[in-house]
Design a protein around this ligand. Structure first.
Ligand SMILES: C[S@@+](CC[C@H](N)C(=O)[O-])C[C@H]1O[C@@H](n2cnc3c(N)ncnc32)[C@H](O)[C@@H]1O
Length: 363
């Protein structure tokens, strides 16, 4: 956290448009703790290396998220969690016309439902900086070679690094984490950031302990947690994240699996630091979006229920397991729409890579 983060932009020149917008929101709401421009420019550069997904804890009014969104390549999705409802609302407004950006109002642990992340910025939870802030787990949350960023350190001059006269345990935790190669980057005279890259173990990633990527295995569901499902593979731990559980929408894990259930899954990867086998049930199911593209396709008129109302539009279910976005600019009467309302729409675009369906409402 930077006490004077928002004020530090008073002298900043040439800010990207989305950053200007988030800055105006932070100023209008008197939020002082935005990330500083030096940190923002670092986030902008790091975001350009992400392939699929970027996460952030502690959205504030969205300054850091704006830098990330401006730096990210097309098709990359961003998700940020803010526990303060007013800030979450303000930040969601900032990104209202950026459907690739999602702001969730919740505790930072909600970030564990998604992932793995190519880039994860810890700026409000998961940093290990205070006794009551338990650290995020990079082995679980990062994709191989994914990066984690923890900012707002004073550049270290001693070893071990000190904070207020005592050993800086948070900094040591990240610098010594066995799953990471972490470096400290001084970005201003009084400010340093830690950037950790998840280690790869060369040659061991496609096969491990008799398991192979792509192999179909059977196991028993041993535990269901808020962040995923544990599977016993004859003594080896398997793990399934929410997106890998089903291609269909579900609200809670026990709609898909239950404790003690025997399941068949595909091996995706290995978490050698835990150690653990990452599994997917969804990979074995037919892809409803590909089916929809093949059978229904662009130009088709469909009637379906609104499943989610977002600041940038509404999502409508157009087939089992397939939802499309009706952008708010195309809606004449969006205030009246609610979850469950039926809407007739035309399918105007399907993108299988970005897994996106664009819909236009019909009168
Ligand atoms: C330093 S500010 C974030 C600044 C923002 N990332 C930016 O770049 O402008 C920290 C934010 O984290 C939020 N926060 C703190 N603890 C949190 C938690 N456990 N879960 C979610 N948000 C949290 C605070 O409400 C605050 O808005």
């Amino acid at each position: 956290m930077s006490i004077s983060g928002t004020d530090a932009y008073d002298k900043a020149l040439h800010l990207p448009p989305l950053v200007e917008r988030a800055l105006a929101a932070a100023r209008a709401h008197g939020f002082p703790y935005s990330c500083r421009p030096e940190q923002g420019r670092l986030l902008h550069a790091l975001a350009s290396g992400a392939d699929t997904l970027i996460g952030e804890t502690g959205t504030g009014c969205g300054l850091g998220l704006a830098w990330l969104a401006e730096g990210a390549r097309p098709g990359v999705r961003l998700v940020s969690v803010e526990r303060d409802p007013e800030r979450a609302r303000v930040a969601a407004e900032v990104f209202a016309d950026r459907p690739e950006v999602e702001v969730l109002c919740d505790d930072w642990r909600r970030i564990e439902e998604r992932g793995p992340y190519d880039l994860l910025v810890l700026d409000g939870g998961g940093t290990a900086k205070t006794e009551d802030d338990s650290p995020a787990d990079p082995a679980r949350l990062l994709a191989p070679a994914g990066r984690i960023v923890i900012d707002d350190f004073t550049p270290a001059t001693d070893w071990p690094p000190l904070h207020e006269g005592a050993v800086d345990r948070a900094r040591l935790y990240w610098l010594r984490h066995s799953a990471l190669k972490t470096v400290e980057i001084p970005i201003a005279e009084d400010l340093a950031t830690l950037v950790g890259t998840r280690r790869r173990l060369a040659g061991t990633e496609t096969a491990w302990q008799g398991f192979e990527q792509g192999q179909i295995v059977r196991g028993v569901v041993s535990r269901i947690e808020s962040f995923g499902v544990f599977v016993d593979l004859d003594g080896t731990e398997g793990f399934i994240t929410a997106p890998e559980l089903s291609r269909h929408h579900f609200d809670s894990f026990d709609e898909v699996v239950h404790g003690g259930q025997e399941i068949t899954a595909e091996v995706l990867a290995f978490e050698l630091f835990r150690p653990q086998v990452r599994l997917s049930l969804a990979a074995l199911a037919p892809d409803p979006l590909a089916e929809f593209a093949r059978n229904a396709g662009v130009g088709r008129v469909v009637r379906g229920p609104v499943t989610k109302v977002a600041p940038f539009g509404v999502f409508v279910r157009v087939a089992e397991g397939v939802e499309g976005l009706v952008h708010r600019d195309t809606l004449t009467d969006r205030a009246a729409l609610d979850v469950g309302d039926e809407l007739s729409v035309e399918v105007t675009d399907i993108n299988l890579v970005r897994r996106r369906v664009v819909l236009t409402p019909l009168p």
